[in-house]
Design a protein around this ligand. Structure first.
Ligand code: SF4
Length: 372
């Protein structure tokens, strides 16, 4: 294991959300996988394991690296548009998506990849130092490193920096409450709208994800947006998209943004072609027809499908092409023309970060990490 320079980082950070079973095993209650572990056994997500009488998180305080991204890349289009977000991930995942777009991180088995030592305070300080409006837990799912993500979110809050979770929303109810109590925003993947897809292609289930979405909408103030990666032939039929959009409108309401993004062949799904732009446009049309006010296309150039329009008068409020903003017609968080409030969180003016992606180092590195 890498040698930590800090007392609060390392490979045996005490995990929360578990209980002992009658047969002597310990059950993790963090995600609906509910792994049951014997002593010394690693869990499905790989980064949690049983050690003696408890579960430990082996990746607390260590990251695969940091990048400053545009907030639009998460994607979040209604959360301080144009601002930079300090983004990082760890290793492992609690899903097993065959089409994973970040598989080098999520499937990382070598702990050596976690080269960067980064305590919550170091991360929050780095966000302030680099002028980031927020910190994002992304690249792999923060649910599996929840203790680390939550401590970092708290450290960010103390400094006026926002915390953003980019997640599949696969989390058990008690942990869900704890986790979202300290998050300011989330982008939640809704990977498809059939149990068959979730079961066969992600090794998880649809219903807990729908529960998370309903929970966020009705029981929290967390700003959230939803992303569906459209995979040709697997989740992009008119029927499935119509059912998804209608459920969305009925359960989440018309103002929650929905992003349809383009798939590129990856990991164990290299035999499927990339998503044609016409599929994204078709999906967007279906979402709008269901009554959704903010439906976006992603991972392509499409200014018409990526700009934000007023839910009242229909005028363009934020011009957007991929991650680059243009015209801005939002005043005090409302439409400049008809004064209808725009759903989301907005500063007086948009940020000016643009499409840049800038790797940053927090400098201190573990003994097993590469030299900076
Ligand atoms: S968080 Fe990890 S250990 Fe816990 S139930 Fe999910 S996959 Fe298993």
């Amino acid at each position: 294991m890498g040698v930590s320079a800090h007392a609060d980082t390392g490979s045996d950070y005490p995990g929360r959300w578990w209980h002992r079973l009658d047969d002597g095993r310990i059950q993790c209650d963090l995600c609906p996988r509910y792994c049951k572990l014997n002593d010394g056994q690693r869990a499905f997500c790989f980064v949690r394991m049983r050690q003696g009488d408890g579960i430990v998180l082996t990746t607390y305080g260590r990251s695969t690296g940091f990048c400053i991204d545009p907030i639009e890349k998460k994607p979040l289009d209604h959360f301080y548009p144009g601002t930079p977000v300090l983004s990082f991930g760890t290793a492992g995942c609690n899903l097993g998506c065959r089409f994973c777009q970040n598989w080098d991180i999520s499937k990382a088995r070598e702990i050596e990849r976690l080269s960067e030592v980064a305590t919550p305070d170091m991360i929050a300080d780095a966000a302030v130092r680099t002028g980031c409006r927020s910190v994002a837990f992304t690249y792999n799912d923060p649910v599996i490193f929840a203790e680390y993500a939550m401590d970092t979110a708290r450290a960010c809050r103390e400094r006026g920096v926002k915390a953003v979770a980019v997640t599949a929303g696969y989390i058990a109810p008690a942990a869900r409450r704890d986790f979202y109590a300290v998050m300011d925003a989330a982008n939640v993947d809704l990977k498809a709208f059939t149990e068959q897809f979730y079961h066969q292609l992600t090794f998880s289930h649809l219903e807990p994800v729908l529960d998370t979405l309903r929970y966020l909408r009705h029981e929290t103030d967390v700003w959230f947006e939803v992303t569906t990666l459209l995979i040709p032939g697997h989740n992009d039929s008119d029927d499935e998209l119509t059912r998804l959009a209608q459920w969305f409108a009925a359960n989440l309401g018309p103002d929650v943004p929905l992003h349809f993004t383009a798939f590129h062949p990856d990991f164990k799904m290299t035999d499927v072609p990339p998503t044609p732009p016409t599929t994204l446009t078709r999906a967007r049309r279906i979402g709008v027809a269901a009554g959704l006010k903010h439906v976006y296309t992603g991972n392509v150039h499409d200014a018409a499908g990526q700009s934000t329009y007023c839910a009242g008068c229909g005028k363009r409020l934020i011009e957007r092409d991929w991650y680059v903003l243009g015209e801005w017609n939002v005043v005090d968080g409302a439409c400049k023309f008809c004064r209808r409030k725009l759903a989301g969180r907005f500063d007086v003016a948009p940020g000016t970060w643009g499409a840049k992606r800038v790797p940053v180092s927090l400098r201190a590195r573990s003994a097993s990490g590469p030299a900076s």
